[in-house]
Design a protein around this ligand. Sequence first.
Ligand code: FEO
Length: 599
Amino acid sequence: ARGLLKRPSRLAFEAVAVTRADTISVPEGYQAKTFIPWGTPICGSYPAYREDGSNTAQEQAEQTGMHHDGMHYFPIDARNGKGHNSEHGLLVVNHEYIDAPLLHPNGPTLVDGKRTIPEEVRKEINAHGVSVVEIRRSPRNGWEVVGDSKFGRRITAATPMEIRGPARGHALLRTRYSRDGSATRGTQNNCSNGFTPWGTYLTCEENWANYFATQDSELPRELQRYGIGKTGRFGWNTLEGDEFQRFDATRKAETASGDYRNEPNHFGWIVEIDPFDPQSVPVKHTALGRFAHEGVIFAPTGPGKRLVCYSGDDSRNEYIYKYVSRDKFRPGRPDNSRLLDEGTLYVARFNADGTGDWLPLDIQDATFQAACAAKGIGFADQGEVLINTRTAADAVGATKMDRPEWGAVHPRSGEVYFTLTNNTNRTEADAANPRPDNAYGHIIRWREESPEHTGTRFNWDLFLLAGPEGDSRGPDNQPLGADNILASPDGLWFDPQGLLWIQTDMSGSQHSDGPFGNNQMLVANPDSGELKRFLVGPVGCEVTGITATPDFRTLFVNIQHPGEGSTPDNLLSTWPDGPGKRPRSSTVVITREGWRRVL
Ligand code: FEO
């Protein structure tokens, strides 16, 4: 729906130098302003943020959550996917996870490794999920949250949701909460995102698996292959009561519908939210597969075309997927959402000769059946294939990638770009993942053979090898230098003129003492090969999430977990509120002097 803007011939800004400053650094001539940090009131009674962590669970459910991640700006006139308003819209933001030590006045309470205070855990559950924020810009005050909004909404890890697609009602989705396997509660670990041509938001469930615990010694593949362990990340499963026990997947009763052994099967999906209808029930679309969904990105579509979208599974040695709808897109129809319920899910094989194949994960397909039979892997129905997407992809021999993160589709050429952030577990290189012990990551791209992206053949190459000057290759085939060294590329987005924005998520020693400084954002011109650093974030953060207004005069970027590892007594960053204040994840509004287009 967005129009293409004319692209400048060169990137007309001075690259930002690598830095470890506890601030946002942008090029001269640009302004970066904090917006809707964690705890900002956005709905209900608009409770004010209290900087000592003492907001209640209910107040947290009316404020922005923690750990801002993927997001999208919907012009206020964009219901049904159209709209151009660049001064009034809905900003929809993922909240991936939490820093528990900063969420409460003195961190979480644990007694013998168990949680004891339900109110604390409820606050943690409410700090996850998604925010729908109505925002408006005035020339005098800039962007502000609209008070008393009819759209403002928090979706949390407890919000009721519907399950749709081929796995709806499956025996493996039946739980005590939903005895017919058609409903669930909550979305969590919402990392990257997407948006549909009909004006809805898609949020993706990534590292949900470690929130669940099971004491069973033998795990079914749909738990085992996703890494469900004996302890839950924040111990939610250790509290009594149905709202917490659902995170305990241990078999307890005679039947699956008597306990929560299947609750983990309700996660790992793509969830659709209609931001323009605050009463709408979010939908988990099982046809798009179950894995650690990083994001979802659509190929260009139009009236009478099938929908095509891509999604990566962000874990070491996991896969890249493509979904093609069975039916065609008809703008304005109220049931376009059904396009995400009937279609074919494919997984990518990158061949050494630069070609690639999309392998269908379809129980009706003869090659899929043969591959499963050859490996002794059986599925009763398509629902079981989708619940076990990773196992199905193993069966067909897809290419194990170096942690597939975000994708982006070039608005003109249709080329698809994907970040592969790193993989220090890789022992053997292959053509598409050319470095063993890949600490720095790379970006791959491909061009589909079929112009509408619906076919099963593609041609790929490597766009960039991230790393320091001595171990990298830029889009111009030269080593990277002072203006553009980077590591662990993660967020990826094409702006309306076809420039590629790249965000990084280094961690550990690469982050604390490498040559790369704090996490950053760069912009590339894929045609000329130019690549320059545009922004560096504050200490300990990840730079993630990016969207813009249609006029491209406002760019929204998210800063996640500044001062990661901080406690109330030991603040490793005090961005954005300043000395003595707890660090907060936040959106940053970037504008250019003279109210010009950002680039
Ligand atoms: Fe949530 Fe793959 O980063």
